[in-house]
Design a protein around this ligand. Structure first.
Ligand SMILES: C[S@@+](CC[C@H](N)C(=O)[O-])C[C@H]1O[C@@H](n2cnc3c(N)ncnc32)[C@H](O)[C@@H]1O
Length: 321
């Protein structure tokens, strides 16, 4: 962080904004620790890390900072100096915590900026959204990328199951597993009806699925096909898989509808640990000992509280060798 005229000017490349239900506060913090190496504060995060905001269920916008100044007229000079020429642009005002700029003044600022960009704007389907915001007395001008809510279509998947993991948690798990790197290859080791796989596919990750139950495998395939996603689904016990993955997600059987006990969980974790160095596990009970028995270390952890139809907490364990 650099100081300029005694005002804090943040010299980082991106501002991310967050929105989530309080049930997910700890999961969101875990995701930001894993992706950015620090937690969001007051639904905001300043960082140099470039991350696609659509991958996270909690990020609303990514604001790429092009210019910043505590002095608004100075910011306008910087924009002018950059000599931006672009057809189809749009300018939007981003209201951040502590900004009490009135509506009329915000419109005036949008106009100020619009006049300094050469080209004809397109408000309906812009080629790029430029944005302005103020935070802690510093004005920022930049490029805004918004979260795409298209993944909400997965609510209408053909097959679901009362104890399937929720879509928000599933999406966060895929994001945490891959740390936002789309070149990573993932495995959903106990895929059920494929809730995690759908979210990973929408986010642009390559993911395989595996389930010991033939019906689960069939339902996952039909769910994937319904949304035109292509992914391999193995009807197999995880112990019989022989493929290495960058990360594996395990939503362990809960002993509700599917049988489970400590030995079954231990066998699944042991098998997964042979296929990857990074494993994200979801459990209803404390499995720290089983994780350590498999030669893994718990790197991060959180609890996702009860919500909706779910009548139990889920524990999320980020493990590495
Ligand atoms: C809690 S469910 C997963 C639910 C899934 N995340 C979803 O949203 O539909 C656990 C799944 O693990 C599968 N399973 C149990 N033992 C397994 C094993 N050894 N190998 C692979 N899958 C297994 C079960 O058939 C069950 O579908």
């Amino acid at each position: 962080m650099l100081l300029n005229n005694n005002k804090n000017v943040i010299k980082q490349k991106f501002i991310y904004t967050f929105k989530y239900n309080h049930h997910y506060a700890d999961l969101c913090k875990l995701e930001t620790r894993q992706i950015f190496g620090k937690e969001e504060q007051n639904n905001l995060l300043f960082t140099d890390v470039e991350f696609d905001p659509t991958i996270s269920p909690f990020i609303r916008e990514r604001f790429e900072i092009l210019s910043s100044s505590p002095d608004y007229s100075q910011l306008l000079h910087q924009i002018e100096y950059n000599n931006i020429k672009l057809e189809g642009f749009k300018v939007e005002y981003l209201i951040l915590e502590g900004d009490d700029t009135g509506y009329k003044e915000r419109l005036n600022k949008l106009r100020d900026i619009g006049f300094r960009i050469e080209g004809i704007p397109n408000y309906k389907s812009p080629s790029r959204i430029y944005s302005i915001c103020i935070y802690e007395d510093v004005w920022y001008f930049g490029i805004m990328k918004k979260h795409d809510i298209g993944w909400h279509k997965h609510k209408q998947k053909p097959h679901s199951f009362s104890y399937s993991i929720g879509m928000v948690t599933a999406k966060a798990l895929a994001s945490i597993a891959a740390k936002g790197d789309k070149s990573n290859i993932l495995l959903d080791a106990c895929c059920g009806v494929g809730t995690i796989m759908l979210e990973a596919c929408f986010s642009g990750f390559k993911i395989d699925g595996c389930d010991i139950n033939w019906k689960a495998g069939r339902h996952t395939r039909e769910n994937l096909k319904h949304f035109n996603y292509s992914a391999d689904v193995f009807k197999s016990d995880i112990k019989n898989l022989d493929i290495n993955y960058d990360a594996i997600i395990i939503d362990l059987p809960y002993n509700i509808y599917t049988t489970s006990n400590d030995t079954i969980s231990q066998n699944i974790i042991d098998s997964a640990s042979k296929l990857s160095n990074r494993i994200i596990i979801v459990s209803v009970s404390d499995i720290k000992q089983q994780i350590e028995n498999s030669g893994l270390k718990v790197k991060d952890f959180c609890i996702v509280g009860k919500r909706g139809k779910s009548n139990f907490e889920r524990k999320v364990w980020v493990c590495e060798k």
